[in-house]
Design a protein around this ligand. Structure first.
Ligand SMILES: CCCCCCC/C=C/C(=O)SCCNC(=O)CCNC(=O)[C@H](O)C(C)(C)COP(=O)(O)OP(=O)(O)OC[C@H]1O[C@@H](n2cnc3c(N)ncnc32)[C@H](O)[C@@H]1OP(=O)(O)O
Ligand SMILES: NC(=O)C1=CN([C@@H]2O[C@H](COP(=O)(O)OP(=O)(O)OC[C@H]3O[C@@H](n4cnc5c(N)ncnc54)[C@H](OP(=O)(O)O)[C@@H]3O)[C@@H](O)[C@H]2O)C=CC1
Length: 264
């Protein structure tokens, strides 16, 4: 539905692009003409993903833990030497684990906050300073989750993603002068590799959540990628600092306590 050359001559970085939603976003951008860089922590699957994505266009990769700002700087060096610019940043890398709040350890809490809040901030700041501010143009899309009514069963990620959403509103205003737009995409339950990381009792909730969804289905990776394409494109030129829910209305409807009740 988008023009085939929509992202011709554009360079995009997708964090966590080795798997699931990030891989789907990278693929969608490549198919519309962008040159894409993907990063993630695990070197071998990252290299495999980049090789597969290269079928659709220019895709380069570099292992990077977004929680380590020196690794993010090294990633920026690679982008500089390979492409000399960056147009689109998709902060997709992130995650958490299901747990009742009172059982989350200091380390568990910090791991989730570090990944989702600090990592997203480091990548955004570094790419803005290295590329977007000097270029006087840039576009950042932050993948969060549907946390509008809180996130019982994943308190750490609810807090972290709310922080990212607020950071998005702040940076959208601070950086508007540099012609940088920032928006969030908030997916609901999306069938992707991410859900494989959950143990069976949590996965068993999936059917119930599907029945409860007003569209009677879970989301697809394409549903999320299509929203990212819109926000990354000039079709959304007057939209910044906002959040687009891709969740079949789960932010409005449904039992947010389902996961907690399962743990009890
Ligand atoms: C089926 C219904 C669910 C619908 C929900 C839909 C909404 C959201 C869906 C998604 O987001 S799917 C994507 C999920 N993908 C991921 O989450 C992958 C990335 N995740 C991670 O890498 C980890 O979860 C992480 C914690 C964010 C970071 O990992 P890191 O490698 O830094 O952690 P560790 O060093 O292994 O551990 C640090 C600390 O955290 C504790 N911990 C980690 N995992 C768990 C767990 N599954 N359960 C309990 N605790 C966990 C770990 O024990 C460490 O703490 P201490 O033991 O040292 O106290
Ligand atoms: N699937 C779903 O239902 C939903 C997913 N989301 C969010 O969408 C995003 C993608 O999820 P999904 O594709 O399903 O899950 P995946 O677990 O497949 O993707 C997470 C990706 O992030 C990378 N990553 C994690 N931590 C880091 C880090 N510290 N530095 C660099 N890369 C990292 C992982 O690679 P590696 O391990 O090699 O580092 C992996 O490629 C996540 O932020 C997730 O929370 C939001 C709502 C719903």
């Amino acid at each position: 539905m988008y023009a085939p050359n929509l992202f011709q001559d554009k360079v995009a970085l997708v964090t966590g692009g080795r798997s699931g939603i990030g891989y789907g976003i990278a693929e969608a951008l490549l198919k519309l003409g962008a040159k894409v860089i993907i990063c993630a922590r695990k070197a071998a699957p990252l290299a495999e993903a980049a090789a597969a994505l290269s079928e659709h266009g220019t895709c380069v990769q570099r292992p990077c833990d977004i929680r380590k700002s020196e690794e993010v700087e090294a990633l920026a060096d690679l982008i500089e030497s390979e492409f000399g610019r960056l147009d689109i940043l998709v902060n997709n890398a992130g995650g958490q684990f299901p747990s009742l709040a009172r059982h989350i350890s200091d380390n568990g809490w910090n791991a989730v906050i570090n990944t989702n809040v600090n990592g997203t901030f480091y990548v955004s700041r570094i790419m803005a300073n290295r590329f977007f501010v000097p270029q006087k143009s840039g576009n950042i899309i932050n993948i969060v989750v549907n946390h509008l009514r809180g996130f019982p069963g994943m308190a750490h990620t609810g807090a972290a993603r709310a922080a990212v959403e607020n950071l998005t509103k702040t940076l959208a205003q601070e950086w508007a002068v540099y012609n940088i737009r920032l928006n969030c995409v908030a997916p609901g339950t999306i069938i992707s590799s991410g859900l494989d990381t959950y143990a069976e009792p949590v996965k068993a909730l999936l059917d119930k959540m599907k029945e409860e969804n007003l569209m009677q289905r879970h989301g697809t990776i394409e549903d999320v990628a299509n929203a990212v394409l819109f926000l990354a494109s000039p079709l959304s030129a007057y939209t910044s600092g906002t959040t687009l829910y891709v969740d079949g209305m789960d932010h409005l409807h449904g039992d947010r306590m389902r996961m907690v009740n399962m743990f009890r």
